[in-house]
Design a protein around this ligand. Structure first.
Ligand SMILES: C[S@@+](CC[C@H](N)C(=O)[O-])C[C@H]1O[C@@H](n2cnc3c(N)ncnc32)[C@H](O)[C@@H]1O
Length: 272
């Protein structure tokens, strides 16, 4: 009897949420620490992608009391496509990379905000590292069959000057901008550098795959890749690539439900 009542309640909440979803609302029960509504399953090129609206109540929010991060965020938030959860994770991941040998690389800079977070964090925790910032400045490249939304040329609404001016306002002096498709056109400029940490925010499968292939031999054990847009429904190519890399056994995989995937290079490939 109790099971039937629970099933009926679940069914009714799905129906209500389906209706509310049409106008952009959802019913959320506030007595639990998290609640899931509106499961969607999408098949794309032989893989199943599941999506739910997850509301996390009473979330631990260290970014809210981190004054230094808040002052950085206030300067950059209007220049970025990432939210504060991902912004704070980028900031913290630099701190976690402090004992790794090598530089910081970002591919997919757009207007420079995530780059500015990385550079500001590096000034504090990785003062020896150089920051390499790579973008075409003419938008997304290499969109292809694995990608669900992007066709190429998106996010071209930026300039090198915009990035330089943001970095200048933040007092960042150690970052260097490389203009062109990475690694095809600019990889040779840093071919001898070791890379401890890379933020990959390029939206499509092949672009990200080429970056990882270039990076893998240049990263130390424990080297960190942060992928933006993991699991985002308009970026199925990125989700697919990260899942394939995970299956390769070369990387440890972490997904923290914030549209980032983090891969950490293993000391030796896993057999499982
Ligand atoms: C979503 S935007 C980056 C957003 C940025 N990280 C932020 O703070 O909001 C994606 C960028 O990736 C760049 N891009 C995509 N593929 C690239 C590649 N292979 N080499 C260089 N830039 C690339 C595009 O030009 C675009 O500016």
């Amino acid at each position: 009897m109790i099971r039937q009542v629970v099933r009926l309640r679940t069914f009714l909440s799905r129906v209500v949420n389906w209706c509310l979803g049409i106008i952009g609302y959802a019913l959320v029960r506030t007595t639990t620490t998290s609640h899931h509504v509106a499961l969607r399953r999408i098949e794309h090129l032989g893989r199943t992608y599941a999506y739910e609206n997850v509301v996390i109540l009473d979330a631990y929010a260290p970014w809210a009391v981190d004054d230094e991060f808040q002052s950085i965020w206030a300067l950059i938030e209007r220049n970025t496509l990432v939210d504060i959860l991902r912004g704070y994770e980028l900031y913290q991941v630099v701190r976690e990379s402090a004992d790794l040998p090598g530089d910081i690389l970002e591919v997919g800079v757009w207007r420079g905000a995530s780059a500015a977070i990385l550079a500001a964090a590096a000034r504090r925790w990785m003062p020896e590292a150089r920051i390499w910032l790579c973008d075409t400045f003419t938008g997304v490249v290499k969109a292809g069959e694995h990608d669900s939304h992007y066709t190429g040329g998106e996010h071209a609404d930026t300039t090198v000057g915009m990035v330089e001016s943001l970095l200048g306002r933040m007092g960042v002096t150690k970052a260097q901008i490389l203009v062109g498709v990475f690694p095809d056109e600019t990889g040779a400029e840093i071919a001898n550098q070791q890379i401890a940490l890379c933020h990959i925010d390029v939206d499509v499968y092949q672009s990200a795959a080429d970056i990882v292939a270039w990076l893998a031999p240049r990263m130390p054990c424990g080297g960190i890749l942060v992928f933006d847009d993991y699991g985002v429904s308009s970026c199925k190519g990125i989700t697919r690539l990260v899942d394939e890399l995970r299956e390769s056994g070369t990387w440890r995989y972490f997904y923290n439900v914030n549209k980032h995937a983090i891969l950490i290079k293993r000391s030796s490939p896993s057999l499982s």
